[in-house]
Design a binder for this molecule. Structure first.
Ligand SMILES: [Cu+2]
Length: 371
């Protein structure tokens, strides 16, 4: 293998804050990847001088053009996740959404102004039971820049509620729908340009539980994937702004879980113990890229393919999730380790599509061991 290329990829991962996260993945990439585009692009993501001075020395023949100083912003808060439904009868569920524009960390040294529901990306994971009446209220503050709305894929009705919830700055609107079908559903803003509103962070999940609910598990996790399009290249420091041309070309600079590079690593990693059962609700806001969702080193015991609880697939390695789609995967943890959540379109790893499930507990050499 060409060492120059391997070093280049590692450097890219380091710059976007995933070097430690992705050690096992770098090996995968190195074995399989021969594209030159990656190596020619690598110099563009080298950190620029903190002074913001222009025209650094060429690296690998490609001049570094410094544009901005690095910014040090916190991540958006972890999105809220409502607990399982504890009712045997249909009821009324009230869902409150507030538009919040928030500047936060997109990657190390990189900031972005997100458009959010309730200040997180994704927005809250709401839950209802099939047969429930769901009352949705959307509030758009007076100082908001533009109008917004919400289209729930769990709605049976025109626009999924988009017109009934359309709010100009300073407005509040509500609508009600009956949750007719159980499943895992995306919701998203649907104001034109819809792809812009989604890319900026306006999406989330609603789980409509079947009669009798879902079986209890030890841990439930909530993860959504999205693609983000910035004027600066991947990892280029500073406050980055949205790039419409890139989005129309479907060439994201970032492909992320829960809104930012590394937002499911370190202190924000998913955690569980050997012997426990986990359930991940996984959605794709997009706006453009499908996900090949995979957990490296694990096999899903059950998958709600396309988000449907009606017929669960069993013993699945990777599940395809479309933009505007979602799934639920369940598995039991047999061995300890760091299990990396990825979109198995692995070139997206260097754009941020990785998270960690850290499992602690006793080794199980009958299942996995060095010999
Ligand atoms: Cu919007």
């Amino acid at each position: 293998m060409n060492m120059q290329k391997a070093v280049g990829r590692r450097e890219v991962l380091r710059r976007i804050g995933l070097a430690g996260a992705a050690v096992p993945v770098v090996g995968l990439l190195g074995a399989a990847c021969t594209d030159t585009e990656r190596t020619t692009r690598a110099p563009r993501v080298r950190a620029t001088p903190a002074s913001g001075a222009n025209a650094a020395a060429p690296a690998n023949g490609v001049p570094i053009v410094a544009t901005q100083s690095a910014v040090d912003l916190p991540y958006l808060p972890v999105p809220e996740m409502f607990p399982p439904i504890d009712r045997d009868e249909p009821g009324i569920v009230q869902v409150y959404l507030e538009v919040q524009e928030v500047e936060a960390k997109l990657a190390d040294g990189v900031g972005y102004k997100y458009w959010t529901f309730n200040g997180t990306v994704p927005g809250p994971m709401f839950r209802a039971r099939v047969g429930d009446q769901v009352e949705v209220t959307l509030s758009n503050p007076a100082d908001s820049g533009v109008g917004h709305n919400v289209d729930f894929h769990s709605v049976t009705g025109e626009g999924g509620g988009a017109e009934l919830s359309r709010v100009s700055p300073g407005e509040v609107k509500s609508f009600r729908f009956k949750a007719l079908k159980p499943g895992v559903y995306i919701y998203h803003c649907a104001v034109a340009p819809v792809d812009l509103h989604i890319s900026n962070g306006m999406y989330g999940l609603m789980v409509v539980e079947p009669e009798g609910g879902l079986p209890p598990v030890d841990h439930e996790f909530y993860v959504c994937q999205g693609d983000i399009y910035t004027k600066g290249g991947t990892g280029e420091p500073g406050m980055q702004t949205f790039d419409m041309e890139r989005m129309w070309d479907e060439r994201p600079t970032y492909v992320v879980f829960n809104g930012a590079v590394g937002s499911l690593t370190g202190e924000r990693a998913l955690r569980a113990k050997v012997g426990e059962s986990v359930r991940i609700f996984f959605g794709v806001g997009g706006p453009n890229l499908s996900s090949s969702f995979h957990v490296i080193g694990e096999i899903f015991d059950r998958v709600a393919t396309w988000g449907s609880f009606t017929s669960l697939a069993e013993d699945v390695q990777t599940v395809t999730v479309a933009p505007g789609g979602a799934t639920m995967v369940e598995f039991t943890l047999e061995v300890p380790g760091t299990f990396v959540l990825v979109d198995h379109s692995l070139s997206r790893l260097t754009k941020g599509a990785a998270g960690h499930l850290i499992v602690e507990g006793p080794e199980a050499p009958d299942i996995y061991t060095a010999i």
